[in-house]
Design a protein around this ligand. Structure first.
Ligand code: ADP
Ligand code: SF4
Length: 679
């Protein structure tokens, strides 16, 4: 297919200072959980984005000095010349595909507790540092400010030597330069107090960075167009005045907003292109190109924003993670094949847990170097085996697509009348509609594969599986929520769990609705408890959410959602009882127990929803193991996230008939030492 000429404008080159971006697709800086620790993984990841058509590909935040150390979150670094070679790997892998490379120089200021370097954190004034760490910043004096500028310039020169085309001055996201910009900077010297004074350090850094590397490198500024407020009513007064002061000084404005949970909000809370109204004025106060983000996956939205002059470059982190080949697919008129981001923020949990990035939609993300996985290419089949997949949830669907692309003959059978398993059911809950994209992308792919067929409304049993005589059977039969309350807090069933008043998330997703005051007991701690409480409350029921944790949906701190979830549940009038376990269930009430004091209380409830843990649906496996070539994938193997199911299905397909020595481990980046000679 060829490209619709309407989209030609997206493929126009854009001049950015002394360099030219080959098109308007711009991968803004985003964390990967790799940083300086995993330079080869990083080079592999960024190179694939460039190959997929992103004309500009940037690094994650790149520390300029040990006083900006974010451990345990892995950042890149340019502390000394020893860092240059590692980043040059990334630059080379980007340049290899004709894209240009950007580096986001970064000083964290009060946001960095410096656990690794043990340097005292720095800031415009002394205040608590890190994430609730019991340390404070040291107020920077003039000599410190001079030093900071020297570090920045030296890091910029190293970046230039590594081959970067764009060097950032990073003045957003509560890091050091942003801390100087904020009204809380009430220093009494020329770097604090008035708006002009608070802007001074940024202005000087732009000037000095340009002077140092501006002949060959563009200098970009990442900046917040708002100081906060409601999503729909962001306050833009001060940022606007500051951009007016700096107007044409940088070569590029990379615009974001103050609230991170809005800028990279999950689809449960923030729609595509949500920042538009907040930053649509920026181009009227600068003549320089503007890039901004908005979880853009629709080529029509991209086109509209460029045509209307809102942005010059289509900024993307998550859409480029979910589909590194998004630009190429638009270029070739294959928009229907875009693996659209679902806005779940699983990608952010890598950095948050100090581990390499992963993605729900794209199982190859983060595996480019260490496993040699490519998002668009997969080795041809290693045998003529026919394969029967039982279950059409995310694991079964991903396995069917990947096996089909390898060339195997695949039959998928699904008990229900629709495909998608948990994503289809969960996408009907409050706020999760975009999750259905996990199913839709795979259904589209299956439609293009003549060697993959599927049957709906076809629950199979042991005898039918044997009768089918497939060479290999893959069980992707999922998991069911437990009714007995066993989970993290309870190792044994909760007394009274057999009561008919106890229901599970599967019951609710199957259409059962409680009648009276309902208690949602959440010992799972991810999204399900909070989503069900919200969904039930919206039907008019009185809802109380009880959890042994100290906050609701506590794991969602890693997806940047926890605050929004707690706020939403409270504003809906849902009762929140934290630090409390469910001790027993009676016919019209439940007994709760404080996990700290053991104090007992009774609460009226006509229904209890147990959101505690899941049991694999693996009876077919135990019946057939040893009698058929059978393997389990996804939740049937080990219940987890949608991302773990997709990954599991993909891994099965990649490893089928592969050399076993290639499939056990993955390449690691570690110092290696010669083994001592023995005896
Ligand atoms: P996963 O996340 O591992 O893909 P899901 O629970 O989303 O798991 O999907 C499992 C799918 O398997 C469901 O759609 C379910 O209807 C289907 N399934 C379970 N048992 C059978 C069976 N015996 N025959 C056919 N399909 C089945
Ligand atoms: Fe999008 Fe989720 Fe993938 Fe992140 S993990 S890129 S939010 S689909």
């Amino acid at each position: 297919m060829s490209r619709d000429p309407r989209f030609d404008v997206l493929f126009e080159p854009v001049r950015i200072g002394p360099v030219v971006a080959p098109n308007r697709f711009y991968q803004v800086p985003h964390c990967t959980g790799m940083g300086y620790r995993r330079p080869q993984s990083l080079a592999g990841l960024r190179g694939v984005k460039a190959e997929g058509g992103w004309g500009t590909v940037c690094t994650e935040y790149c520390s300029i000095h040990p006083s900006s150390d974010d451990e345990p979150y892995p950042s890149a670094s340019l502390w000394d010349d020893g860092d240059v070679g590692a980043l040059a790997l990334t630059v080379d892998s980007i340049h290899e595909h004709g894209a240009i490379a950007g580096v986001e120089l970064w000083h964290g200021g009060a946001a960095s507790a410096n656990h690794y370097s043990r340097e005292a954190p720095l800031g415009p004034h002394s205040r608590p540092a890190g994430v609730r760490d019991p340390v404070q910043t040291r107020a920077m004096d003039k000599a410190d400010i001079k030093e900071l500028k020297r570090w920045h310039v030296e890091a910029a020169r190293r970046a230039q030597r590594a081959g970067f085309d764009i060097v950032y001055v990073y003045a957003a996201h509560w890091y050091l330069l942003h801390q100087f910009l904020l009204p809380s900077n009430q220093r009494t010297d020329e770097y604090g107090g008035s708006l002009e004074n608070r802007t001074r350090l940024l202005r000087e850094l732009i000037e000095e960075t340009k002077e140092a590397v501006g002949e060959t490198c563009a200098v970009a500024v990442r900046f917040s167009a708002s100081t906060g407020g409601d999503d729909a009513n962001q306050i833009t007064t001060e940022p606007r005045a500051m951009i007016e002061i700096l107007a044409d000084m940088p070569d590029l404005w990379d615009i974001t907003v103050h609230d991170y949970s809005f800028e990279m909000g999950t689809s449960r809370f923030v729609p595509e292109a949500a920042l538009e109204s907040t930053m649509s004025w920026v181009k009227s106060v600068t003549g320089k190109p503007v890039v901004s983000v908005g979880r853009f996956t629709s080529s029509e939205t991209m086109l509209r924003l460029v045509r209307q002059g809102v942005i010059d470059l289509i900024g993307a982190a998550r859409p480029s993670i979910a589909d590194p080949f998004l630009p190429l697919k638009i270029s070739e008129g294959r928009e229907d094949e875009i693996r659209e981001c679902i806005g779940c923020n699983i990608c952010y949990t890598g950095d948050q847990t100090g581990t390499p990035i992963r993605c729900t939609q794209n199982p190859t993300m983060g595996e480019e170097w260490r496993k040699g996985w490519h998002p668009e290419r997969i080795p041809v089949r290693g045998s003529d085996s026919s394969i029967l997949i039982v279950g059409g949830g995310p694991a079964g669907l991903e396995a069917a697509v990947a096996l089909g692309k390898r060339g195997y003959d695949v039959t998928l059978t699904e008990a229900r009348k629709e495909l998608g398993g948990r994503v289809t059911r969960e996408s009907r809950l409050a706020g999760l509609a975009e999750w259905a994209r996990v199913r839709d992308y795979r259904l589209n792919q299956i439609g293009k594969l003549s060697n993959v067929e599927f049957f709906l409304d076809s629950r199979v049993d042991e005898a039918q599986i044997l009768e089918f005589e497939a060479d290999r059977v893959v069980l992707a039969t999922g998991a069911k929520w437990r009714r007995d309350g066993m989970g993290r807090w309870h190792d044994e069933p909760i007394p009274g769990w057999e009561s008919p008043t106890v229901i599970t998330p599967d019951d609710i997703m199957g259409g059962m609705l409680p009648t009276g005051p309902v208690v949602v007991y959440d010992d799972d701690h991810y999204y399900m408890g909070g989503v069900l409480a919200e969904t039930l409350r919206k039907t008019g029921l009185e809802v109380t959410l009880v959890t042994p944790a100290n906050e609701v949906s506590t794991w969602t701190t890693h997806t940047e959602e926890q605050h929004r979830i707690q706020e939403r549940l409270l504003s809906l009038g849902i009762g929140l009882v934290t630090g409390t376990s469910l001790a027993a269930v009676a016919s019209d009430s439940v007994t709760l127990e404080s996990i700290y004091t053991g104090n007992i209380s009774d609460v009226a409830a006509t229904n209890v929803v147990m959101v505690t843990s899941r049991a694999p649906v693996d009876d077919l496996y135990h019946a057939l193991v040893g009698r058929a070539q059978i393997q389990r994938i996804g939740d049937c193997f080990a219940p987890g996230t949608i991302a773990t199911s997709v990954y599991s299905g993909h891994r099965y397909a990649r490893e089928l008939d592969a050399d076993p020595s290639q499939t056990v481990a993955f390449r690691r980046e570690r110092p290696t030492f010669e083994a001592p000679s023995c005896c």
